[in-house]
Design a binder for this molecule. Structure first.
Ligand SMILES: C[S@@+](CC[C@H](N)C(=O)[O-])C[C@H]1O[C@@H](n2cnc3c(N)ncnc32)[C@H](O)[C@@H]1O
Length: 275
């Protein structure tokens, strides 16, 4: 088997991954992609990356292999209450002015690139701790991710200790039930959440609309510039006028033409769809 992909076969495969999933593997990330795919080539008894490229393009199982590929090549790192100040901003700054209109319909949130669900469930807990339910707040939270494996884990709601690294003892006891060395999220903290396998780089993917806020954190850093811009434009269509986009700390829309304005909430920058 080819240990290191040749330039041509490398480019074929990397371009295919970029075009289908938006993910860019160039420079130092080239070896990363190769190392993630080697076990898969072995499982399929393929001798080279070119053979794998042909498999992905032309094999009758191509569609299901793309689902496998998504599981292998994505970075799914996440944990409960990651960058938790953004949940505070949602609760303190974003929701209160919306409350009059939220009497008629629920708050709608999207966790885009939700991995195994920690972000979506952290949002539920933040909303429950806000006290806004007493004022009549209801919500729906959609989590979506290209990895079928991560969506299955999100639905199961059972986590290893590493996912609770930002939880102190009190939070662990309040939100989780210990089970065989792992942690089951309590049912009440799953309220209003649904998960769906979805490729955010696919322009023919599910149409979504009416979100008050979208959390898409630590995904766009892996996207090619084109896929990045296309996804931001899609988010603008999916958000209500004046809706908010929360990105990860190393992601930014500054210097990119887009339908969003950077706004400062407290000391933090978030993005607001122009009304
Ligand atoms: C590093 S995790 C971030 C999880 C969470 N948003 C957070 O910040 O903790 C990035 C997630 O984006 C997902 N992802 C990557 N490309 C995607 C695509 N084209 N469509 C949907 N999800 C994608 C990966 O599967 C992965 O679970």
């Amino acid at each position: 088997m080819t240990a290191v992909p040749e330039d041509v076969e490398w480019k074929l495969l990397a371009d295919l991954v970029r075009d289908r999933m938006g993910l860019q593997f160039d420079g130092g990330r080239r070896e990363l992609l190769a190392s993630k795919l080697r076990p898969r080539l072995r499982d399929l008894h393929l001798r080279s990356f070119t053979e794998y490229y042909h498999y992905l393009r032309f094999h009758p199982s191509s569609a299901s292999e793309f689902r496998n590929l998504a599981t292998h090549v994505t970075n799914n790192e996440t944990y409960f209450f990651r960058e938790a100040h953004q949940f505070d901003l949602l609760v303190r700054n974003v929701i209160p002015p919306l409350m009059p209109s939220l009497r008629a319909r629920p708050l709608r949130l999207l966790s885009a690139g939700c991995s195994s669900g920690e972000e979506a469930y952290s949002l539920v807990i933040a909303l429950q701790n806000s006290g806004l339910e007493l004022g009549g707040l209801r919500w729906t939270i959609d989590g979506c991710d290209v990895s079928a494996d991560r969506i299955a884990r999100a639905r199961a709601g059972v986590y290893d200790e590493i996912a609770l690294r930002a939880c102190d003892a009190g939070a662990r006891a309040r939100y989780f039930t210990p089970r065989d060395g792992r942690f089951q999220l309590k049912d009440r903290h799953r309220k209003g959440v649904t998960f769906q396998e979805a490729n955010l780089a696919d322009s023919a993917g599910a149409v979504r609309e009416g979100y008050h806020a979208i959390f898409c954190r630590n995904l766009l850093i892996y996207f090619s510039p084109d896929a990045f811009d296309q996804l931001i434009a899609r988010f603008a269509r999916w958000l209500e006028p004046g809706g908010y986009l929360f990105l990860g700390h190393s992601e930014s829309l500054i210097d990119r033409g887009s339908a969003f304005l950077p706004v400062c909430l407290g000391q933090h920058v978030v993005y607001r769809k122009l009304a």
